[in-house]
Design a protein around this ligand. Sequence first.
Ligand code: BEZ
Length: 238
Amino acid sequence: MEEKEMNEVFTMPKIGDPAPEFKATTTQGEINFPADYNGKWSILFSHPADFTPVCTSEFMTFASMEDKFNELNCELIGLSIDGLYSHIAWLRTIKEKIEYKGMKDVEVTFPLIEDIKMDVAKKYGMIQPNEDDTKAVRAVFYVDPKGIIRTIIYYPLSLGRNFDELYRVLVALQTADEHGVATPADWRPGDDVIVPTAGSCGTAKERMESREDMHCYDWFFCTKKLDEDKVWKSIKKK
Ligand code: BEZ
């Protein structure tokens, strides 16, 4: 592989970077990313290939959950290194023929990018040649309303993603932004959240609105209650 080509293939955007820009053809028309999504969250995700079983299970699951993501002001955008006609035929097959785990008649209405030349996949580090040099790995990029990459997750070809976890990540990112907190291991709405400490529990306490709700395990580890209702009210679209 030429050096220039290697550099393109190994471009890896990082958390905190502006999302690399691209224009692309999709099953829902042209998109200009991230400009078209200004003011919204988006999840740009890749899959290895149309007409493959793991990808089919993933698309049916993601499409079935799309409303939940949309309620959080978040749009889904898929990508693979297949052409538009393959995408259209595969999505039609899913809708017309596949019944899986109680899901049937599933219509994928979010855009699926055609990326035959791998232009977008290369920009987003979705081609990982030691896994496969002609298929995208299962990458997931969370881009915030200002076009900044906030979370990146990569899975190998053989491993279907956990879509409850993809949803949990979005909820946690938005909750952290809205409430100025961090979220501990396995956090779900209703669980205690972490108060950012600035060197001591006393400092963290001073930043609290309601001190009695705070619990410090040590000077560097303080949590506070955040009601589940308050979380959903703060992040769900009005
Ligand atoms: C699948 O989606 O089933 C798949 C795709 C590429 C390689 C392995 C599995």
